[in-house]
Design a binder for this molecule. Sequence first.
Ligand SMILES: C[S@@+](CC[C@H](N)C(=O)[O-])C[C@H]1O[C@@H](n2cnc3c(N)ncnc32)[C@H](O)[C@@H]1O
Length: 209
Amino acid sequence: MDVALEKRQVERAYELLAPVYDFIFDWIFAPGRQAAILHLGLRPNDTVLEVGIGTGLNLPLYPPSCRLTGIDLSGEMLDKAVERAQKLAMPGVVLKVMDATSMDFAENEFDKALATYTISAVPDPVAVLREMRRVVKPGGSIVILNHFRSERKLPGHLEDLVAPVCTRLGWKSNLPMTPLLNEVGLTPELIVKVNMFNGWRLVKCVNRK
Ligand SMILES: C[S@@+](CC[C@H](N)C(=O)[O-])C[C@H]1O[C@@H](n2cnc3c(N)ncnc32)[C@H](O)[C@@H]1O
């Protein structure tokens, strides 16, 4: 599908989802979130980029000293994140509407980057991961938490089958992990299965460049 069209579909989907997003995605996906922030291995004063921060459900999990920048394509999702950051009194948090495929950041600007449940929601995951590599310092961590296409035959076929419907709802059900990481030159240091039925994978990579 045309990337520009898919991007408009994603924007529309998250405009509609924003008011109910936390109700659906908070508790079910909480274990993965906790593991993802833990595996970022944050140190005081680290600069962190969260890509597709959505409504900011990860915000309470960051240490207070963290210098976090969060970006999202959807203004409606980001408005919720702004409210949350204000409630949590997190002055070190900067939130911006931005397309993760063409980020307005310099090379090597961040120590670490995180994308939770986002890589399968973006129209062009390769471009997003390339941008994450560009803006993270050499040796910095990139942590991705996502559902990827199952490597088992039947579940994989089922995920292919429902893919057209899922795309309209704003995410890809059948994104294959290994070819994606290979294409962008990321080698996982750690892969942990998380959440219900171990259906999601937390992937930690070191940004070698
Ligand atoms: C399933 S939500 C995940 C939100 C959040 N990371 C979480 O853990 O709850 C996917 C998010 O990715 C955002 N997104 C999709 N495409 C994007 C893009 N090209 N650039 C930035 N954000 C994007 C959507 O607007 C949405 O907020």
